[in-house]
Design a protein around this ligand. Structure first.
Ligand code: ADP
Ligand code: MG
Length: 333
């Protein structure tokens, strides 16, 4: 019997997930931590901490420790990892083996920081894998083949587009424009057009309910509550799908340019493969209505959203951890 648990960890800007090899998804929580400012103790992690956002007494701070896919607050990230590892391994005295996915563009220093955080949070051994490779494995792509495959992961804080072949990342590009910037664009539009301020959680809800990357004929509608900038009083406004489509044009264009930029730098042989196979979309923002159709129409290559786009990266990381001998060459050194 193998007593050492194997944990695949996806530390996302928006959501963190832990998948135990042989078991399945163990943790799926917003990447939010509430800490006591004085004692530095972690008070809550995930949903519980997110609910405290904007309503905490002075001695509590609610922190999002990851920004654009990399650690913004090292101490808090380590505390969060410790909390995750404890949740999953508290029934055993053995330290787990973990694999964490990191953006393709992280620096050596950032890689070291993630590894150190994992080790000091209780991992026996820690491995790192490029997130685009993990996403591709999660999508069922045989990454070691010489054929080119393109994957675009659009999460909360970053959009990362990469072409992979022979088990490695050949070309990649990323932008800090992703789900959060869509939310901000909606907030900004409401402020400019209606003099209304709404919170980011409301903006996210509007985006998920109404948002669309292409104008639609059958529009959805929603009435939201905000605060009038001039009077300071509550004010209602009705929003529709096509209004939100207008509001998010700028971040959509930025995502499009990132994807286009990768294709422009990709060697022609690999471009031919990608034209044949299409591009895979993963990450929560790939669930935005019509994003696949928008990219397909603008780029002229077909885009498909992977099954369970919020889970594909952590699943792929788990597959790599379970089959270390196959994927060893593809891991970060
Ligand atoms: P990260 O890897 O950065 O943690 P995720 O892949 O978990 O990000 O995706 C989170 C993002 O996906 C958030 O910005 C969230 O608003 C967005 N999202 C989730 N579901 C939908 C949806 N149905 N439509 C549009 N955006 C969505
Ligand atoms: Mg992610």
């Amino acid at each position: 019997m193998n007593l050492t648990k194997k944990l695949a960890i996806d530390l996302g800007t928006a959501n963190s997930l832990v998948w135990e090899v042989g078991e399945g998804l163990k943790i799926n929580e917003p990447t939010v931590v509430a800490v006591n400012i004085e004692s530095k103790k972690v008070l809550a992690v995930g949903k519980e901490a997110k609910e405290m956002l904007g309503r905490t007494p002075e001695y509590i701070e609610v922190i999002r420790p990851m920004r654009e896919g990399v650690i913004a607050d090292y101490e808090v990230t380590e505390a969060m990892l410790r909390w995750f590892i404890h949740q999953v391994t508290s029934t055993t005295i053995f330290k787990p083996t973990v694999m964490i996915c990191v953006p393709a563009g992280v620096t050596q220093v950032e890689q070291r920081a993630v590894l150190d955080a994992a080790l000091s949070a209780g991992a026996r051994v820690a491995y790192l894998i490029d997130a685009p490779l993990a996403a591709a494995i999660g999508a069922g792509i045989p990454i070691s083949s010489p054929a080119g495959n393109m994957i675009v992961d659009i999460g909360g804080g970053a959009c990362e587009a990469a072409v992979i072949a022979l088990g490695g990342v050949v070309v990649h590009r990323s932008t800090r424009v992703a789900g959060n910037k869509l939310d901000e664009a909606i907030m900004e539009w409401l402020r400019k057009e209606h003099n209304i301020i709404i919170g980011d959680q409301t903006a996210e809800k509007v985006k998920i309910e109404l948002g669309t990357a292409l104008p639609v004929e059958k529009e959805k509608k929603m009435v939201i509550q905000g605060r009038d900038i001039v009077t300071g009083l509550p004010k209602e406004v009705e929003l529709t799908s096509n209004i939100i489509n207008q509001a998010i044009q700028e971040p959509l264009r930025e995502i499009l340019e990132t994807v286009r930029g990768v294709l422009e730098k990709t060697p022609p042989e690999l471009v031919a493969d990608i034209v044949d196979r299409g591009v895979i979309l993963s990450g929560g923002t790939s669930l935005l209505n019509n994003l696949d159709k928008f990219l397909t129409s603008q780029i002229g290559v077909s885009f498909h959203v992977v099954d369970e786009p919020l889970l594909s990266v952590v699943k792929g990381t788990a597959v790599a951890l379970e089959n270390l001998e196959v994927y060893e060459k593809s891991l970060k050194k």
